[in-house]
Design a protein around this ligand. Sequence first.
Ligand SMILES: [Zn+2]
Ligand SMILES: [Zn+2]
Length: 76
Amino acid sequence: MLSIETRDCPVASECASCGRRRKLTVREVETDAGAACVTVCESCADRGELPPVSPFVAPMCVEAHRAHLGLAGVRS
Ligand SMILES: [Zn+2]
Ligand SMILES: [Zn+2]
């Protein structure tokens, strides 16, 4: 089950929550700065264990995710 919002997001080499390197998927997460994406394994995704995004990196993650969506530079 792939969400259309994360269709174009790059998948990292390991799960951001538990560090597994198999069955990776990308999920959208809400941060203080907006929607961002994280790479997690299917078991973490199934359990809803999405890692928190640090407030320091959230703006970068949000900006990167907007680029994945083709929205870079578009102000909301
Ligand atoms: Zn995991
Ligand atoms: Zn993304």
